[in-house]
Ligand binder design. Structure first.
Ligand code: IMP
Ligand code: MG
Length: 184
């Protein structure tokens, strides 16, 4: 699918992702029986993961989306976050599951959770596709996660570099030449 020059190393294959989604979906289905489940997807990175995860869940649920922007440089998080698009529905009294692509420093999610908790949901939990523990700067309770990953910049399956590579169905590291613009 991709020009092989762009891939340095595949870290998580399509098959591994599919297997993990089944396991997570089963667990979430069990845990949310009888609850008023709302997926809050963080745009844009979480979209691919959220769409697959939702289809492995077999209880009634709804989706909503929030878009935030961090003021940091392309590959660094600053922790200063701005809401670009708010949720469409109220979450008061609902059982919210925040769905993220990756938790790196944790600064983005920490800020987002504070905003969402102030809206009085019945419960709020976190499900992230990837967990990059090495760079964590704030303590975050992660209730569900797909994979722990090393301290590397990864793309694919929703994660981007300059907006690209989100549509790749596996997770990989980029050929360093991409960052230097030598392959463009
Ligand atoms: P945090 O605030 O440092 O936890 O960063 C969270 C956001 O940074 C994620 O939602 C991603 O948009 C971005 N990010 C962090 N690490 C990576 C990565 O390895 N690849 C792509 N985006 C990343
Ligand atoms: Mg993101």
């Amino acid at each position: 699918m991709l020009n092989n020059n762009e891939v340095e190393e595949i870290l998580i294959s399509e098959e591994e992702i599919k297997e993990k989604i089944k396991i997570l979906g089963k667990k979430i289905t069990e845990d949310y029986q009888g609850k008023d489940l709302v997926f809050v997807g963080v745009l844009r990175g979480a979209v691919i993961f959220m769409a697959d995860l939702a289809r492995s869940i077999s209880i009634p649920m709804i989706f909503d989306f929030i878009a935030i922007s961090s003021y940091g440089a392309a590959t660094e998080s600053s922790g200063v976050v701005r809401i670009l698009k708010d949720l469409d529905e109220t979450i008061e009294g609902k059982d919210v599951l925040v769905v993220e692509d990756i938790i790196d420093t944790g600064l983005t999610l920490d800020y987002l959770l504070r905003i969402l908790k102030s809206r009085k949901p019945a419960s709020i939990k976190v499900c992230t596709f990837l967990n990059k523990k090495a760079r964590r700067r704030v303590k975050i309770k992660i209730d569900y996660f797909g994979f722990d990953i090393p301290n590397k910049f990864v793309v694919g399956y929703g994660l981007d570099y300059e907006g690209k590579f989100r549509n790749t169905p596996y997770v990989f590291t980029l050929n360093p030449k991409i960052f230097k613009n030598e392959l463009k």
